[in-house]
Design a protein around this ligand. Structure first.
Ligand SMILES: [Zn+2]
Length: 226
């Protein structure tokens, strides 16, 4: 028996591009809580974001939206407002992901799912599993921003989330505290407290706590052409 194939990508909320781009056609959730720094602006409903992302980036757009929703439910009690996830180039100094400090929108580097070179020397690690951890990292920033907490790596709120999420991710008990300059044996040094994560490990969470080979050994090294 031959199966008829269509060229349509399954979308849970199919809308035409025009409907997404016209503001009056966009659905707004009356009950959506206003995000900080947005002057009470109502947030578009998540399904609208998904449809927009599918139109812009196809399967990678759907992946980003669905993975965000899954991680948001599993690790943040759905507290992170949807602010869209863009695929593209990240600003200088932000290797694979970036979270806008004002509106919380996340940008993921296209090379995560569609690498073209080994410029970063991490070709073998790229793929869905690595992209998922980059997204989770950026979601911590977005979570802290939505709570009007300091989103920086070397700060108390970030350290609290690292300790909480390390447990939730099954990475064990870790101790995290901002790394500050301290006087040790008469010399001022910037060193973590005993038994605490280094500043580098804080900034590279959760990647820094994954076992060696975690990304390389992923069964589903899904890569999506962007
Ligand atoms: Zn970061």
């Amino acid at each position: 028996m031959t199966m008829r194939r269509t060229h349509h990508t399954p979308v849970t909320d199919p809308v035409t591009p025009a409907a997404v781009l016209l503001p009056e056609a966009v659905g707004y959730a009356e009950s959506a809580p206003a995000r900080s720094g947005t002057s009470g602006r109502l947030a578009p409903i998540p399904a609208t974001y998904r449809a927009a992302q599918v139109i812009l980036w196809g399967p990678a757009g759907a992946w980003a939206h669905d993975t965000f929703s899954e991680l948001n439910a599993q690790y943040f009690a759905n507290a992170i407002p949807h602010a869209g996830i863009a695929w593209g180039l990240t600003p200088h100094g932000h290797l694979l992901g970036y979270t806008h400090r004002i509106d919380g929108r996340i940008t993921l580097h296209s090379a995560l799912l569609d690498p073209h070179s080994n410029a970063w020397g991490m070709w073998s690690r790229l793929g869905e599993r690595c992209a998922r951890d980059v997204l989770l990292h950026e979601m911590i920033h977005a979570f802290l921003l939505s709570r009007d907490e300091c989103p920086d790596h070397n700060a108390r709120p970030w350290c609290r989330e690292v300790e909480r999420l390390a447990l939730a991710l099954g990475l064990g008990v870790v101790h995290a505290a901002p790394v500050k300059a301290r006087r040790i044996n008469g010399r001022v040094v910037k060193r973590p407290l005993d038994g605490h994560l280094t500043q580098k490990a804080l900034g590279a969470f959760p990647h820094s706590l994954r076992p060696v080979g975690y990304y390389e050994s992923a069964n589903n090294r899904m890569r999506i052409r962007l």
